[in-house]
Design a protein around this ligand. Structure first.
Ligand SMILES: NC(=O)c1ccc[n+]([C@@H]2O[C@H](COP(=O)([O-])OP(=O)(O)OC[C@H]3O[C@@H](n4cnc5c(N)ncnc54)[C@H](OP(=O)(O)O)[C@@H]3O)[C@@H](O)[C@H]2O)c1
Length: 363
């Protein structure tokens, strides 16, 4: 990445820790209350020059389209990909569109904690403004990551849990400035979930599907974990008085490679044809699917602790709006328990306080 092209300017913000009771009282959302983003498009992305944004799974689908729009608006994008070849090919695709894009392809395989740690280590001295936890895999036959986690839970949730903890200091880091002008430090963590999180439950007795495995239940569990994580992270950041924001999003139904990943074995040609047909008839485009992510990553009005998704029919397409996630996703006891298990499984400690009291949040 060409460091010379980037100008980092910021002001230091001092925030007092939030009284713990307020962390719960303020975490409320009235379903149906819109926040004025109903007609938001990528054309509304504010200037991103001087900002560095990490996108996991940046070589395909939503991650690729988010990278394109962020780069178009001046952000330096670190494309965290499990295949550097696919990452470089995707970077070429973006550069064909945005010739002055500042892109850096880095290896990061979320199915390997060693790879996640090595990636974070390479970024050690790099201030980061936004981390987009986007990479994901859906409805695949049961497999295990390098660390023995069921792959969907391991990649979609645990890999991102470890990555976020390891990059927290990068999101807090001060920058060298020229002392002339200043933009506010506006660090954000965006975690991409799915509408299918609503079908999910966290099976603490069988997190990795050792006893019984259903590929859709495993996906739904991992996507519920994404929302629980985003909310719990937000509560912990707020308790600490840390100004980093944590936002959950879902893309609705977007035409990407996601739907084709788990198809193999007998009858696969028929299933492939049916999914292609469904994508053609029902899905929105990948650029449209990237809008909730882009809104959460860049819009001034995006709120920490919120959940954004497409506001059109069945929340499968359309412009981003604030939405309510499932009842289970607001359960703070589940969120706390998941957090503790994730620390245990990944060995990643966060220097953030545990919010108390653990009471259910009304929304
Ligand atoms: N498309 C939809 O309708 C939809 C709906 C709901 C939620 N989502 C969510 O949106 C996110 C993006 O999905 P997409 O639709 O853009 O799908 P996609 O086109 O399949 O892209 C998924 C990305 O994740 C990467 N990835 C998979 N396993 C990884 C690993 N072990 N380490 C690092 N990266 C890995 C893929 O890399 P490779 O190319 O190397 O495999 C790819 O870059 C996912 O979290 C998904 O759950 C999508």
């Amino acid at each position: 990445m060409e460091d010379s092209k980037r100008i980092y300017i910021f002001i230091r913000i001092t925030v007092q820790p939030t009284p713990i009771d307020d962390v719960y009282e303020e975490t409320s959302f009235e379903p149906g209350r819109h926040t004025g983003c109903m007609s938001w498009t990528a054309a509304a992305i504010p200037e991103q020059t001087g900002r560095t944004i990490v996108v996991t799974g940046a070589n395909s689908g939503i991650g690729l389209e988010a990278t394109r729009e962020l780069a178009r608006n001046g952000a330096a994008v670190i494309m965290a990909c499990r295949s550097v070849d696919r990452g470089e090919s995707a970077a070429g695709n973006v550069l064909a569109d945005v010739p002055d894009a500042t892109l850096c392809v880095e290896h990061c395989d979320l199915a390997s904690l060693d790879s996640v740690r090595a990636f974070a280590e390479r970024l050690r001295d790099e201030p980061i403004d936004v981390l987009i936890n986007n990479a994901g895999t859906m409805a695949i036959p049961r497999r295990e990551t390098d660390d023995g986690f069921e792959t969907q839970f391991g990649v979609n949730h645990l890999g991102h849990f470890a990555l976020t903890g390891l990059l927290l200091d990068n999101l807090r880091a001060d920058r060298e400035t020229d002392g002339e002008s200043a933009i506010a430090r506006d660090a954000r963590i965006v975690t991409v979930s799915s509408g299918l999180h609503e079908r999910g439950a966290i099976d603490f007795e069988d997190l990795h599907g050792d006893r019984s495995y259903d590929k859709w239940d495993a996906y739904a569990q991992s996507k519920l974990a994404n929302v629980l994580f985003a909310y719990e992270l937000e509560r912990r950041l707020r308790t600490a008085g840390d100004p980093i924001t944590s936002i959950a999003v879902h893309p609705g139904y977007a035409d990407t490679q996601l739907q084709f990943r788990g198809i193999d074995g007998r009858g696969s040609q028929v299933r492939l044809a049916m999914r292609k047909l469904a994508n053609t008839l029902l899905a929105q485009s990948a650029p449209q699917g990237a809008l909730p992510t882009l809104y959460a990553a860049t819009a001034a009005a995006a709120e920490s602790g919120a959940y954004y998704g497409p506001g059109g029919p069945m929340n499968m397409r359309g412009s981003p709006e604030r939405q309510a996630s499932s009842d289970r996703s607001y359960d703070v006891e589940t969120a706390r328990r998941l957090w503790d298990r994730s620390v245990e499984l990944t060995g990643t400690e966060y220097d953030l306080p545990t919010p108390t009291p653990a009471v259910d949040v009304e929304y």
